[in-house]
Design a protein around this ligand. Structure first.
Ligand SMILES: [Zn+2]
Ligand SMILES: [Zn+2]
Length: 369
């Protein structure tokens, strides 16, 4: 069994990543040593590198979207969410949120467990200077503590294919379940990054009549068509009015029943409010980091009788449904194509830069080659 693990560590915000050799602690009962195959590079990782999120302990090992192979197990029974026994050599993934307390006010009274005040997340809020040290996926090995919500990766799904179960698809599942997505709906999706692509895919699977992806990158819009978009619009060609007219024309003059926002850009919000039909729903899930302020017309929101919802974080159920959705639709959509760049651990820094410049659709770090 491996005794040490190389990991890429962020010493403090904005410092270059450093490769460190970390001793692997003894496995306690119910724990899992995971040999990392892929760690997805998430937009959040770039923000964490720049110190833009509060409550994060540095030095930090990044990586909360992780797939890999079980290298070793602590004593006792370790099961996945379907109650299947986990064995050495199994291909697995897990929900990055390792603790939701279900006893704080947000959990119990507000019924908003993704806003749990005691949440602990691998690669984000867990402290790499304390046991079990190997808390992020930018590492050859991860030490998964007892109680981590494990999911087996179905046989027909490759490690690259499973990586969208990290953040993108669970966020999309959460957004879809917070919106009135029904058979025959006309849907528009602002943004064709991993989250927007996964929302388009879910809308298609759920029987949407039209799915229009809106972005500025031609390669992303091409991929959107492969993930179920019936139409695409490039914001660099034409105005908001043009897009509004197009969306009305394909929906018998009404406009989209639901507009999803997955852009990360504040300026998308006033446009979304313009595009959605009267009495429609606007679901916002792409503003995880503060992209600034923007002018909106409250009268328009009121006059259109809009239902506006936002989505924060994911629950285990969303990750569980994500991995099942991938497996059941693997022949229908090109999940593996989301991974456009692959970096060795020593180039973790370059991977963050590729993500920051949006060169990649999805970059992964493959710490074990
Ligand atoms: Zn993420
Ligand atoms: Zn709580």
């Amino acid at each position: 069994m491996a005794r040490h693990s190389k990991a890429a560590v962020v010493p403090k915000p904005n410092d270059p990543l450093v490769i460190k050799d970390i001793e692997i602690p003894e496995l306690v009962p119910g724990s899992i040593l995971l040999k990392v195959a892929n760690a997805g590079v998430c937009g959040t990782d770039v923000h964490l590198w720049h110190g833009k999120l509060t409550g994060v302990p540095y030095p930090l090992i990044l990586g909360h979207e992780v797939v890999g192979t079980v290298e070793d197990l602590g004593s006792g029974q370790t099961k996945d969410l379907d109650a299947g026994q986990i064995e050495i050599g199994d291909r697995v993934t897990f929900h990055d949120v390792t603790k939701t307390c279900y006893s704080c006010w947000n959990c119990l009274v507000a019924k908003a467990p993704t806003k749990c005040t005691n949440r602990e997340v691998y690669g984000i809020t867990r402290d790499s200077s304390k046991f079990p040290f190997l808390i992020g996926g930018y590492s050859e090995y991860m030490y998964l503590t007892p109680g981590t919500h494990m999911m087996s990766i179905p046989e027909n799904v490759s490690f690259n294919g499973a990586i969208s179960a990290g953040c993108a698809l669970p966020t999309a599942v959460h957004a879809a379940t917070r919106s009135p997505l029904t058979w025959g709906a006309n849907v528009a999706v602002q943004g064709a990054g991993p989250v927007g692509l996964m929302i388009a895919m879910i809308a298609k699977v759920n029987g949407a009549r039209t799915v229009t992806s809106i972005d500025q990158a031609p390669n992303r819009l091409e991929l959107a068509e492969e993930f179920g978009a019936t139409h695409t619009l490039n914001i660099r060609e034409g105005t908001v009015e043009d897009r509004k007219k197009f969306l009305r024309d394909i929906s018998n003059g009404h406009g989209p029943d639901i507009v999803y926002e997955a852009t990360g850009a504040a300026r998308a919000i006033p446009e979304g409010i313009e595009l959605v039909r009267e009495g429609g729903t606007y679901t916002i899930c792409g503003q995880y980091t503060d992209s600034g302020t923007v002018e909106v017309r409250p009268h328009l929101m009121n006059r259109k009788h809009l239902d506006i919802r936002t989505v924060w974080g994911t629950e285990t159920v969303h990750v569980y449904r994500a991995i099942k959705t991938i497996a059941e639709n693997y022949d229908r959509f090109p999940f593996e194509k989301l991974v456009t760049h692959r970096f060795p651990l020593r180039d973790a820094q370059k991977a963050l830069e590729a993500q920051e410049k949006l060169i990649s659709i999805k970059a992964v770090i493959a710490p074990n080659g």
